[in-house]
Design a protein around this ligand. Structure first.
Ligand code: DCP
Ligand code: MG
Length: 722
């Protein structure tokens, strides 16, 4: 416990001190000419999107205006800055529209909406569950604490973990200067020149995390890790079994963590996950807070809680809500009429739940927690060359398939993501009729989506689209246990490349410099996160890679003399792979049972038939009958809504020849019988058997989009010999 003393008594932990203007000025260094007065503020544009998020332990009482001016001055002139300016203009427009609509609301409309809201809330309260004891435990300044533990010279200095490109976290001494996670290191240095930046060492943090999780397991076998340093536990049964009180149990749990790791953790105890998480931050570091499980106490607590404290409410939502006069969770209730009328039903419900302090009371069973998606992205030198782009798409698909095979994961939805040279992102998704991790199938589908995106953009703009980033993502994941053997037969293969499917187009913008938490990383200990280079805005997976990248980026730029000054994206060509339920899941398909998460969801409903056709050497053939997709999306902190859902007419496509289409099932069945007898299948089989593999590939290539390229040794996966 020797180290504990050093940590516990360190001044780094006294985090509530004010930082005066003078203190900051003194630490600015001479090279940054600080703008003063309102004119200067005007000059810098006051981009709310870039303002310091001080919603972090150890950051209360900071001179936020001052810090914001430093941050904006440090970023001015960069692509990042101008993009944030552009995004802010868009948000300002949304705010103006919102306010205009609010002014037009009549008292009668408001009364009626309030009444509806009251009914909704009453229903929530009638079903409230206050019987569970949920705990949220979060390690204090995790990466930084590990580094300080292992290197005593760091303990009394403002320090951060990361690099000049991006910081992962900072200790409490550095937070007093406004230095925090998701901030570029060079801006951290502007805020605090004596800041020591230590590189990330993920292996070390993962090892500590294992030890901490062993402690969690002692209290709840089914604990839900949310990242390396935090988890939810439901200790209701533990308390019943041991007849103890939650405060003492959590105290004991934290002591065990400290004994075994020499690191401190903080905890929150409440009747649901939303409240437990908020509570764990209250007495950080090395503290805990319990919120009694009765509605009066809960209401009193949430009434004064700033909206930003509710998980899922980020910068943009905060700006929108504040423009309506909503500053606290209690205000969400006071403005329930306006919220009902001005926001979508999903947002309304989410906000009303927050206003009542309602959240998840049951943790998802461990076996149900599966990563939501896996993807592979690459950035490259801007190009509109169709061959290069298609080649990239193939590489990405192959690598992704390899990774999925390694992890024995299958996906049923393919998404292509592209980013144009002017930073607009488009994604297009297609639902498959059966899960797969076959490269050929993924590539075939991704390629079709890519070509269709390129062509529609070309039509719109009358010129080829110039791209700088491409990604292929597989979602709707299933593990091998969920895959029935028949689904990996020819049926899935043939059906997955059907050109008929629902499509979704999504124009999204991703929050700048926000490192996205991979909530599922807890399951496989891969803590790769997506970072955006603050100089060229490329996305990089993993902090270490980002920092190497930023160094290259900086050395190829005018950064050394004036950081962020008109730097080009040219050096950013690194290929990278990310595993996510991260930025991607913010766009689509979040359903993580967490209170307060932004309710984005995509649901696909499929109807398909399985036709058994053994006499044709095929074990089964599933046929796409219809594929419809419902997309619900609310604007979130970083994304604009998913825009366009198109429904395709119902149609049966022959899974053998791909060219015959039928309105009726009976016509299709007759056709398949004939088609199967035709030479094509026989050829494929003969060629496979006779080892004429090249011919097959050539044929597939010739067929282009119509058929996927089979891996030679994979054909037996699709054909079962009788
Ligand atoms: N992390 C990251 N990028 C972020 C946020 C966090 O890489 N944008 C990493 C580093 C953190 C760890 O995850 O140490 C845990 O994140 P927390 O949000 O819990 O932050 P800390 O543990 O560092 O600080 P706190 O004491 O506020 O919990
Ligand atoms: Mg933490």
């Amino acid at each position: 416990m020797g180290d504990q003393k050093i940590l516990g008594s360190s001044s780094n932990f006294s985090h509530d001190k004010d930082v005066s203007d003078e203190h900051i000025k003194q630490d600015l260094g001479d090279d940054l000419e600080e703008p003063t007065g309102s004119a200067a503020k005007q000059d810098l544009g006051n981009i709310n999107l870039m303002s310091l998020n001080d919603n972090k332990a150890g950051m209360t009482g900071l001179d936020k205006d001052k810090i914001n001016r430093i941050i904006q001055a440090a970023s001015k002139g960069s692509k990042f800055y101008s993009k944030q300016q552009e995004n802010q203009t868009r948000i300002d427009g949304q705010i103006a529209g919102l306010q205009e609509r609010m002014l037009r609301l009549t008292p009668t409309q408001l009364l009626s909406a309030q009444h509806e809201a009251d009914l909704y809330i009453q229903n929530l309260l009638d079903n409230i569950d206050l019987t569970r004891t949920l705990v949220h435990v979060d390690m204090d300044m995790f990466y930084a604490a590990v580094e300080m533990r292992d290197n005593p010279t760091l303990r009394n200095k403002p320090m951060a973990v990361g690099g000049m490109g991006m910081l992962s976290t900072s200790n409490y001494a550095a937070r007093k200067f406004g230095v925090r996670a998701a901030m570029p290191g060079f801006i951290g240095k502007k805020l605090c020149p004596e800041l020591v930046i230590v590189p990330v060492n993920m292996q070390k943090y993962a090892a500590v995390s294992q030890v901490v999780r062993e402690v969690f397991r002692e209290y709840d076998e089914n604990f839900a890790p949310m990242s390396l340093d935090e988890a939810y536990m439901d200790i209701t049964e533990y308390l019943e079994l041991h007849g103890s009180n939650s405060w003492d149990v959590v105290q004991e749990m934290r002591s065990k963590i400290e004994e075994r790791t020499q690191l401190t953790a903080s905890a929150g105890i409440a009747s649901n996950t939303f409240l437990a998480k908020v509570c764990s931050d209250i007495n950080k570091p090395n503290g805990q807070y319990v919120l009694p499980a009765n509605h009066a106490d809960i209401l009193e607590f949430v009434n004064k809680l700033p909206i930003r404290k509710a998980s899922g409410i980020g910068n943009v939502q905060e700006q929108l809500l504040k423009s309506l006069g909503v500053n606290t969770c209690g205000d969400l209730y006071l403005k329930r009429g306006e919220i009902k009328l001005l926001f979508s039903q999903l947002s309304f419900e989410n906000y009303m739940q927050i206003s009542q302090g309602i959240g998840g009371t049951r943790l998802e069973p461990r076996e149900d927690r599966l990563r939501k998606s896996m993807s592979n992205e690459t950035t490259f030198k801007e190009t509109s060359d169709r061959n290069i782009l298609i080649g990239l798409c193939e590489d990405l698909s192959n690598e992704l398939a390899e990774e999925m095979k390694r992890e024995e994961i299958f996906g049923q939805a393919v998404t292509i993501k592209i980013k144009s040279h002017d930073f607009y992102t488009k994604t297009k998704v297609r639902q498959l009729t059966a899960p797969t991790n076959e490269a050929d199938i993924i590539y075939s589908c991704a390629r079709q989506l890519l070509v269709s995106l390129l062509e529609s953009a070309e039509l719109q703009q009358q010129q080829p689209l110039v791209l700088r980033l491409m990604g292929v993502r597989m979602s709707d994941l299933k593990n091998k246990n969920e895959i029935k053997s028949k689904q990996s037969s020819i049926s899935s293969f043939f059906n997955q490349i059907k050109p008929v499917a629902a499509e979704v187009q999504d124009i999204s913008r991703t929050k700048e410099n926000e490192i996205v938490k991979d909530e599922e990383s807890c399951l496989n200990l891969k803590e790769e996160k997506l970072y955006e280079c603050p100089i060229c805005l490329e996305y990089i997976d993993g902090l270490e890679k980002l920092n190497i990248h930023v160094d290259t980026c900086c050395s190829n730029s005018s950064y050394q003399t004036e950081f962020l000054d008109g730097v080009d994206a040219e050096p950013c060509k690194d290929k990278f792979k990310l595993e996510d339920k991260s930025a991607e899941s913010r766009e689509i398909s979040v359903d993580n049972h967490q209170h307060g998460t932004i309710p984005h969801s995509v649901t696909a409903h499929e109807n398909y038939q399985i036709i058994s056709s053994e006499n044709h050497s095929l074990s089964d053939i599933s046929i796409l009958k219809s594929n419809e997709m419902n997309v619900n999306s609310l604007e979130s902190e970083n994304d604009s809504a998913i825009i366009d859902v198109r429904q395709q007419p119902l149609e049966y496509v022959c899974p053998v020849c791909f060219s015959a289409r039928f309105k009726e099932e009976s016509g299709l069945n007759t056709h398949i019988d004939e088609c199967l007898n035709k030479t094509e299948i026989n050829h494929l089989l003969e060629e496979e058997e006779g080892g004429k593999k090249r011919k097959l590939e050539a044929k597939q290539r010739e067929d282009g989009l119509k058929k996927p390229r089979l891996k030679n040794n994979k054909i037996e996966n699709y054909f079962k010999r009788s």
